[in-house]
Design a protein around this ligand. Structure first.
Ligand SMILES: [Fe+2]
Length: 291
């Protein structure tokens, strides 16, 4: 069984099968808003988000410099790495990541693929812009879901940036569980935990048109009258029932938090753009003693 120890920003997962000392930085919500002349035709769709976080680029570069200096093994990017999908920001993200020489994995947040006010459903816009613009960040992986094994830990990344889970994502998650062994789940939008706000919205029973506060401000389709699909609830229930899944990591909220629900620990990592903070994941095998 995997155990968890948390010291401030450092999360240690311990299991006899893990490679002792394997480390990753988990970065989320860096909200970079770079743009250039290629973004001119989209300016009306990017304007509102463009000036949001003054320190975003400095915090991004500091985090990557630290990752290089500390020789971490991997970077996980949990979405909203940019505030809109300009060609300039995607070039910058892929170039700066490549320059680190550190392997990385990425899933999108709700802003990464969104030019506000563009017509179309969120699912269709996500499909279009993930393919059209964000493609380099996936490095050939499937944008909606992928999984990798690092140091004996299975890491499952699922894009829930529309708050909903599609049937193929639920089925993919089931197939990952069937492999057996310790695993964690990485998503952008935190999963619903009783007592949490609507923004812990994946599987939230109140999620829907009546509780959608920002659809006009964000220039997107309103959350559906009917609330979540049965598939989203299946996924939520199954995640919290998976024996060998000790932890879920999410972003989106911008504020660090921790919930324990049904024996699972959900860790929301802070928004990098707010104060330059992030979370570090360390694997401990049998070798290390406690600290
Ligand atoms: Fe978000």
């Amino acid at each position: 069984m995997t155990t968890i120890a948390i010291d401030g920003p450092v999360v240690r997962l311990r299991h006899p099968a893990f490679t002792d000392g394997w480390r990753a930085f988990i970065l989320s919500d860096s909200h970079l808003a770079l743009d250039d002349e290629r973004g001119l035709p989209y300016r009306q769709h990017s304007q509102r988000m463009a000036g949001g976080y003054k320190q975003a680029q400095a915090y991004w570069e500091q985090a990557l410099e630290r990752a290089v200096a500390e020789k971490v093994n991997h970077l996980f990017l949990l979405g909203d790495m940019c505030s809109f999908p300009s060609a300039a920001v995607v070039d910058y993200l892929s170039q700066t990541l490549r320059d680190t020489g550190i392997a990385y994995s990425y899933i999108a947040g709700n802003h990464d693929w969104h030019y506000e006010g563009m017509p179309g459903s969120e699912i269709a816009l996500r499909d279009e812009w993930c393919r059209r613009r964000l493609a380099p960040l996936y490095q050939g992986r499937q944008p909606l879901m992928h999984a990798e094994v690092h140091g004996g830990l299975r890491v499952v990344l699922v894009d829930n940036s529309v708050y909903e889970i599609l049937p193929e994502q639920r089925d993919f998650f089931r197939a990952q569980v069937a492999h057996g062994g310790p695993m964690i789940l990485l998503v952008h939008v935190p999963l619903y935990v009783p007592g949490r706000s609507i923004f812990f919205g994946c599987g939230h029973p109140q999620w829907g048109a009546a509780t959608d506060p920002y659809w006009q401000i964000e220039g997107r389709e309103r959350w559906p009258e009917s609330g979540h699909s049965a598939c989203t609830y299946d996924f939520h229930r199954e995640v919290f029932a998976t024996l060998e899944l000790p932890a879920i990591f999410a972003g989106h909220i911008h504020r660090r938090s921790l919930d324990v629900h049904c024996g699972k620990t959900q860790i929301v990592v802070p928004g990098l753009a707010v104060a330059g903070e992030f979370t570090e994941l360390r694997l401990c095998g049998e070798a290390t003693s406690g600290q």
